[in-house]
Design a protein around this ligand. Sequence first.
Ligand code: PLP
Length: 370
Amino acid sequence: MPVSETARHRVDSQGLSGNPSSQHVVGVHARRAINRVRKQVSDHIGSDDPRQVYFTSGATEAANLVIQGYLRRLRDEGSNRNEIIVSAVEHPAVYQTAYAMERWGYRIREIPVNREGYVELGELESRVGPSTAMVCVMAVNNETGVIQPINTLARAVKGVDPGILFVCDAVQTFAKLRWDIDLHVVDSVFMSGHKIGAEKGTGCLYLNRRFSIAPMFYGGVQEGSFRPGTENVRGIALFGEALQENVEVFQDRFMHVQTLRRSLIAGLSERGILFQQLGAMDRSSPYILMLAFPGVPARIMLEDLDALGFCVSRGSACSSHKRTPSRVLSAMAVPESLSNCAIRISFSGDNQSSEVEALLEALAELGESS
Ligand code: PLP
């Protein structure tokens, strides 16, 4: 849900036109605005030092900074750690970045998920060893909404070796679900502005000071020199506003989307529409629902629903143009015949129950005509 007009107005009336690196009053004003949001994010995620939060252009950049930057650091130090463990259901921002590291000689060890989409502790533990450089497991899957037991997984990794970097993609949990990621065991998290109603092209990375990364970019000292270049001051200020607004309405919005999601599922059953929910029912985000409608190809459903004004997608929005079955669903052993009939429905605080009713009607008609 986009940040409110009032918040936009508040940001625009702050006079944030200065360069935050400048020493004059206008520059200092802009720098202070950035640092206020840094502190706000730091407090929200339970970090003890705002200087561990770095603003980026989004989650993909943050994932690259931490994954590539840390491995580059290890390589420079001549470390023997040459394995990266990633869950099979990571967003491409992490998954593809990890695989790109093969060209530097890193070996990727994937942790499978079970049919419900969970990473199982035993599967992770059996892969952790003296060669492990980092482990990447996301908090909430963007296609199925499945919530991973991040703290349990991270605690197990730290129990074996505290020197392994544990990275968590927190995009789908930040400011949406109650924040419960324990930064005593999770070393790095990152989030995206547009997922919480801030501007596209904003986001941030948290990295515990016990770990350091080699810079990927050069040319300035901004954001701890990890992300040089003049900061997106307005975007960062709006990120702070969006976080604040999400926090204020957190409980009500959560309950609202949960009711919408439940009524969609109940409505499908009541209308006798054949469907299957993909991913765990119990521990999943109410903001995301992956449904398969056996016999109705997703491609057709997407076109028809789009024509009726419903913006649903297939898998992650970033790869929805692909014709291949979702990697996430394949990892959950969903047969291709079913995953080809699966669509992802995202809910927002803006949605109304009348829209759920209208979607149910549309799905019923599509089912009849297919
Ligand atoms: N990780 C997850 C789980 C996401 O859902 C997304 C975006 O949809 C990203 C990473 C990438 O975020 P960004 O678009 O800010 O790079």
